[in-house]
Design a protein around this ligand. Structure first.
Ligand code: ZN
Length: 205
């Protein structure tokens, strides 16, 4: 029975616990708790999770234009004829683009870095594929690049680093305004504040 399975120190259980530790902030103890919860209390949910994860890994890839996740070569947002292709907003994660969308104050396109510069974690310009971003921004259509990385130390450092690269290619660069608090992250900021930060963006030099 299930209880017996949980008691036994089986290798598949060890493997599950070890695998759960790839999640951010999950240490050995919480990995164990999650594994027991999944196996003991949440069998249907676990099966669904396994299937969803498998399907997502098979189907999702990065959009060739904005680097966000999509099942197609180019995502729906990038293909939309209603968006202004002369503005390119750079955000850290897909969830940040969604925060911008909720403001209804922006109709341009996005580029999603999938992270931010973080030397201590070994994330540098190469890991974030800045070359792809620069090629995207220099497509001849983009006239303004709006830096909307978070107002954390790492987000600010990323914005400064990018602005130098973009300026060197003759692009106009702006930064969303500091309506956001110091350390502020788009994900946790209300839409009205994000909208104001976007409206009040200024040239970034
Ligand atoms: Zn896209």
């Amino acid at each position: 029975n299930e209880a017996a399975v949980l008691m036994a120190s089986s290798s598949s259980l060890d493997e599950l616990i070890e695998a759960l530790r790839c999640l951010p902030g999950v240490g050995p103890k919480s990995a164990q708790r999650m594994a027991y919860h999944l196996l003991q209390r949440e069998r249907p949910g676990s099966e669904r999770l396994a299937r969803a994860l498998d399907a997502a890994l098979q189907k999702l890839r990065h959009c060739a234009r904005c680097n966000s996740f999509t099942e197609d070569e180019v995502c729906e947002r990038c293909l939309s004829p209603r968006r202004d292709p002369t503005q390119l907003c750079i955000v850290e994660m897909p969830i940040d683009a969604n925060s911008m969308e909720q403001t209804h104050a922006y109709a341009g396109l996005y580029y999603v870095l999938m992270g931010r510069l973080s030397p201590l974690d070994g994330i540098g310009p190469k890991e974030l594929a800045f070359e792809r971003l620069l090629a995207r921004a220099a497509d001849g259509v983009v006239r303004e690049v709006i830096l909307a990385t978070n107002f954390t130390n790492e987000g600010e450092a990323t914005a400064h680093y990018l602005s130098e690269l973009l300026h060197a290619r003759g692009l106009k660069v702006s930064r969303i305004a500091r309506g956001l608090p110091v350390g502020g992250e788009l994900e946790f900021t209300d839409a009205a504040t994000v909208a104001r930060a976007l409206r009040e963006r200024r040239d970034f030099v």
